[in-house]
Design a protein around this ligand. Structure first.
Ligand code: PRT
Ligand code: ZN
Length: 226
């Protein structure tokens, strides 16, 4: 068993949409870091709060495993992995602590532009491509619709044109990518933005105090922005 850490560790995206805004937000909380040569780890200088730079998909698991205390990740990723755990009878191992106000988007079902949309029942017997199988499956079940969920890790929007699927369920912000693929959004599963994810329970001891300090500063920084 590894000794208890006396520093706080926050996972953020190494590159991608949330990488720079996540770092900027944490820097506005007064954190500074010394970067490692491989750029995977940033050692906290002003406070014992370190950063781990990772793929966004790994962040919920790093929190679940206790490797990191917090992470900045899209609510869509957090909710998908939580729904996946629930579907496998596993207990929740992370939760949203704060909404951060950037990275806004929505998870939506989109169908070919030519369809006249009558409602979710229209998806019965269809194949829907998505990178969010747990959230889509739950939504279809809630709607009482039996459709096939086809998992694709990327390039979901071209699946209908390739004949791989009839419809898609994907992240949308401007809608430009859907339009470029002759698709139109017809139902929103939920609204997403970047969130501070953390453990289900409060932290204790030194890391509990560091977490309280971080959250006070974060709440101050978020108030200044709005
Ligand atoms: O490498 P890594 O795995 O870490 O990154 P990633 O490629 O999985 O994620 P990334 O950087 O693309 O997105 C990180 C997070 O940003 C997502 O999980 C969302 O929470 C959030 N976000 C906000 C978005 C978008 N907006 C968005 N537009 N994520 C993806 N998109 C995609 C969208 O699906 C479409 O394909 O961007 C494309 C353009 O969108 P439109 O609607 O503006 O055309
Ligand atoms: Zn990812």
């Amino acid at each position: 068993v590894a000794p208890a850490r006396d520093r706080l560790r926050i996972a953020i995206q190494k590159s991608g949409r949330l990488a720079d805004p996540a770092r900027a937000l944490l820097a506005s909380c007064g954190l500074t870091w010394r970067e490692s040569r491989d750029r995977l780890f940033c050692y906290g200088e002003t406070l014992p709060i370190d950063l781990l730079l990772v793929r966004d998909d790994d962040i919920p698991g790093l929190i679940a495993d206790g490797v990191c205390d917090f992470g900045v990740v899209g609510r869509n990723v957090l909710a998908e992995q939580d729904a996946g755990r629930v579907a496998h009878d596993q207990a929740s191992a992370f939760r949203e602590w704060r909404a951060l106000g950037f990275g806004k988007c929505r998870l939506a079902v989109a169908v070919p532009e030519g369809w006249s949309w009558q409602g979710p029942a229209q998806l019965s017997g269809m194949r829907v491509a998505t990178s969010y199988p747990a959230l889509l499956s739950r939504w279809l079940a809630d709607q009482g619709v039996a459709a096939e969920v086809a998992f694709l890790s990327g390039s979901v929007e071209i699946a209908p044109r390739l004949g791989q699927a009839d419809a898609v369920c994907d992240i949308v912000s401007s809608g430009g990518t859907l339009a470029a693929n002759q698709l139109k959004p017809v139902a929103t599963l939920f609204e997403s933005e970047a969130v501070l994810a953390g453990p289900v329970a409060e932290l204790d001891a030194i890391r509990g105090e560091l977490a309280a300090l971080l959250l006070r500063r974060l709440d101050g920084a978020l108030r200044m922005r709005h």
